[in-house]
Ligand binder design. Structure first.
Ligand code: HEC
Length: 156
């Protein structure tokens, strides 16, 4: 009598785990082969961006930058952050990755999925609506919430 109940529970739990996995984003594979921005160094320790960072844009996002920041569904932009160890001319260890992916279902965050990760690719737990979108909306409401522009990519 008990076995079917247990089996049902196990099945339910594994389905729940699969659903969570599907809905929690991961850093896109192969983004290091996308179009890469110039190297950016922020030496102000009070800045959220203290350190070194590079922006990566996939094919669709490159188009979006070329169109004056109008991005098509599915466009993906990644930023990779590195700490400054001693010398700002050298990238220290990687410490953060952030992702924006154009997704019309994400209505609360301007039609973009925002996600932050640690260097290990695990979610950094920052709230997309208040933390990420809050700042992007303030900085770039007229540019599809994307703060960087074509000028950040020398070769675009
Ligand atoms: C305090 C303001 C602020 C917060 C909070 C913030 N960002 Fe940004 N973000 C910026 C700025 C400024 C840039 C542009 C950096 C540059 O030009 O080098 C940027 C750039 C980006 C980019 C590259 C595309 C673009 O808009 O230029 C992505 C992707 C991104 N942020 C994702 C996120 C995610 C995900 C979060 C939350 C985990 C987040 N950001 C939180 C200010 C912020």
């Amino acid at each position: 009598m008990k076995l079917p109940v247990i089996l049902t529970c196990v099945l339910f739990l594994s389905l729940a785990a699969a659903a969570t996995e599907a809905s929690s984003p991961v850093p896109p594979k192969g983004y290091s082969a996308w179009k890469k921005s110039d190297r950016k160094v922020v030496t102000d320790k009070n800045s959220l961006f203290y350190g070194i960072h590079y922006i990566y844009a996939d094919k669709k996002a490159q188009r979006g930058y070329l169109d004056g920041n109008k991005f098509a569904e599915g466009s993906r932009i990644v930023v990779e952050f590195f700490t400054i160890k001693d010398n700002p001319a050298v990238d220290g260890p990687k410490n953060m990755i952030v992702l924006m992916q154009k997704d019309k279902r994400q209505m609360a965050t301007g039609g973009w999925l925002f996600a932050g990760f640690g260097a290990d690719g695990k979610s950094s737990g920052l709230d997309p609506a208040t933390t990420c979108f809050g700042c992007h909306k303030q900085e770039a409401a007229q540019r599809d919430f994307v703060i960087s522009t074509r000028k950040d990519f020398k070769s675009l």
